[in-house]
Design a protein around this ligand. Structure first.
Ligand code: KIV
Length: 283
């Protein structure tokens, strides 16, 4: 296993022109697998609210639940940088609360860094968390936690005016000391412009190939979630694989084929005979 990646390594990948690969995970088993596949960053996304907990959007997962997911992922990852999402209302109320909650993600969730949604309006909050010694990843463009306030779940930076605001969001986060920024559902031209004009990595999701790296939600990539956004690519239909396997298990149990001899352990013959003799005496 290669050495554990640091925030510095992630920034250096951009300098070297090496694309950064990020994916979400929420539990120990999948965290181990994505780490073994060699991704650079594992994000414990607040998408857990939807793909792990079945809520309609990301706003319902609690800080305590994000800490539990993060802890499980952190224990499964050896090489990748683990980033934990700050859930809705864990950083918006005050800088003080944001720093305290980011600290809980690190101390209890064992993440290497935190991510929070927002641009210019978060500059001071990001600065405060970074000053506390916690690396921060920003998130601009479509920000699902505040989608109800903004344009909803739509492509962003379609107009020049909107594009300028998103460029300013990226600059504010860079100024605040963020080590990387996720750009979600931003027009490809604007994402590429930002990637070329900031010193920290811009990691895209639905934002075209001009970003410094890409991130996908694991359940979308594996075909385990039925409400995936239009920009995510399904690399495998694991849902069907799971249904097929569990259906075979069901049939084998109903037909008495499972467990077969291969999965069955027996007593020694003498022990069995003694057992029958003794149990018979018990009546
Ligand atoms: O919560 C999440 O999974 C995310 C990704 C979409 C980047 O923030």
């Amino acid at each position: 296993m290669n050495e554990k990646l640091t925030v510095r390594d992630i920034i250096n990948f951009k300098k070297q022109g090496r694309k950064i690969v990020m994916i979400t995970a929420y539990d120990y088993a999948f965290a181990r697998l994505v780490d073994q596949a060699g991704v650079d960053i594992v994000l414990v996304g607040d998408s857990a609210s939807m793909v792990m907990m079945g809520y309609k959007d990301t706003r319902f997962v609690k800080l305590s639940e994000m800490i539990t997911f993060s802890k499980s992922v952190s224990r499964g990852v050896e090489r990748a940088l683990v980033v934990g999402d700050m859930p809705f209302m864990s950083f918006q109320v005050s800088k003080r609360e944001a720093v305290r909650n980011a600290g809980r993600m690190v101390k209890e969730g064992m993440v290497d860094a935190v991510k929070l949604e927002g641009g210019r309006e978060c500059e001071e909050t990001v600065k405060a968390i970074v000053q506390a010694g916690i690396p921060v990843m920003g998130h601009i463009g479509l920000t699902p936690q505040s989608a109800a306030m903004n344009t909803g779940f739509r492509l962003t930076a379609k107009s020049a005016e909107d594009a300028i605001k998103i460029v300013e969001d990226a600059r504010a986060l860079e100024r605040a000391g963020a080590f990387a920024i996720v750009a979600e559902y931003v027009t490809a031209e604007v994402a590429e412009y930002i990637a070329n004009h900031i010193s920290i990595p811009l990691i895209g999701i639905g934002s075209g190939p001009g970003c410094d790296g890409q991130v996908l939600v694991l359940h979308d990539l594996l075909g385990l979630y039925d409400k995936s956004p239009p920009f995510s690519k399904k690399y495998v239909d694991l849902a069907q694989t799971v249904i097929d396997a569990v259906s075979r298990y069901k049939s084998e149990v109903l037909e008495g084929l499972f467990p077969s001899e291969e999965y069955t352990k027996h007593m020694k013959k003498e022990e069995h005979e003694e057992f029958l003799a003794r149990v018979g005496k018990l009546g």
